[in-house]
Design a protein around this ligand. Structure first.
Ligand code: NAP
Length: 308
């Protein structure tokens, strides 16, 4: 594949950053990749995995001369990273991120970044419940959506270049208003994770059913929630804190609908239950038809399953 950028700087080299690094290396999308991460330990691991061409702890040093800067850290760390890299960015560089929330990332980063760079926030809708540089793999973004949330007036050529980058990783790219992104992701990603964390926590707190029973009989449904509930605690703490309004709005709707379901069960209203369960089954079929999952019986447990 053709080289898209002379120099790329990757700030953060966990699941997402290292998957991007592996793709760049595999497809030779850049002449030089500099990797920066917070800890010396992770940096050493990235080097051992040969994920880039040079390795530095300082994000400021990493971005010097880079044409594309990709920030892949927990969303709560966005302001500090933007502040650290801002004075060292090359004029004309594209600065993007992969954070799961967009309004908050823009509010944290935009005020620090110079007008000489193109800041184009992004979010690949792909991931797993694993973290760190060893967790990344080639193919993570293939057939998945990557949402860009550019600010008004963003340079069209820079947008096209970033779009081409994600497309070369196999993603389908869509543009969205940041607020809308945060609402959509609240229902498709953030709420399911919160529900999973909650149900697994509830099971853990039960006194009448033992932990060994929960684990022993987990294949009856519980197991599918535990995959989501095993996701990175730092990442998900930050998502909850940084998409607060949209999540609270969706949680309110969810609680209302749960009360409706509770009532139907209490009053033995089988018709209501049957209607809802029929409607929801059709959604699952649409997801499979859209190529966002397979109908294999091991749903949720195969390595290439995407979420985010
Ligand atoms: P990860 O595997 O846990 O890696 C996190 C990276 O950020 C590591 O390089 C880590 O450095 C660094 N980091 C952690 N805390 C930091 C801090 N306070 N300041 C600066 N750097 C810090 O995380 P990930 O899954 O790749 O997620 C990265 C971003 O992608 C998040 O914003 C997340 O919302 C988004 N995202 C995740 C998924 C998913 O499913 N995981 C999907 C789509 C988008 P050290 O290891 O050196 O400490």
């Amino acid at each position: 594949m053709a080289q898209l950028f002379d120099r790329i700087a990757l700030i953060g080299i966990g699941l997402i950053g290292s998957s991007i690094a592996r793709e760049i290396r595999d497809k030779q999308l850049s002449g030089h990749v500099t990797i920066s991460t917070r800890s010396a330990e992770t940096l050493k691991r990235a080097e051992a995995l040969s994920l880039g061409d040079s390795y530095v702890l300082s994000p400021a040093e990493a971005v010097a001369g880079a044409d594309l800067v990709i920030v892949s850290v927990p969303v709560g760390a966005s302001a500090a990273v933007a502040q650290a890299i801002a004075p060292h960015l090359k004029a004309g560089a594209i600065v993007t991120d992969v954070g799961s929330t967009k309004g908050s990332v823009i509010a944290q980063m935009a005020p620090h970044l110079p007008e000489t760079v193109h800041f184009i926030p992004g979010h690949p809708i792909a991931g797993t419940e694993y973290s760190g540089p060893d967790a990344g793999f080639i193919g993570l973004f293939k057939g998945r959506w990557c949402i860009l949330t550019p600010l008004p007036g963003t340079d069209e050529a820079a947008k096209a270049q970033l779009r081409a980058f994600w497309e070369s990783l196999g993603s389908n790219v869509e543009e969205m208003d940041p607020d809308h992104h945060d609402k959509v992701l609240a229902i498709v990603s953030h709420l399911p994770h919160i529900i999973a964390y909650n149900i697994v926590g509830t099971a853990d707190d039960l006194e009448t059913v033992t932990e060994s029973e929960v684990i022993k009989y987990s294949a009856s449904g519980f197991r599918d929630f535990t995959r989501l509930a095993a996701s990175d605690p730092t990442m998900w703490r930050d998502v909850c804190l940084h998409n607060k309004d949209a999540i609270l709005e969706m949680l309110a709707r969810f609680s209302e609908d749960l009360a409706y379901l509770q009532r139907a069960i209490r009053w033995g209203d089988g018709e209501k239950l049957f209607d809802l369960f029929t409607r929801t089954r059709a959604i699952r079929r649409s997801i499979i038809q859209a190529g966002q999952d397979t109908d294999q019986a091991d749903f949720g447990r195969h390595a290439l399953d995407g979420k985010g």
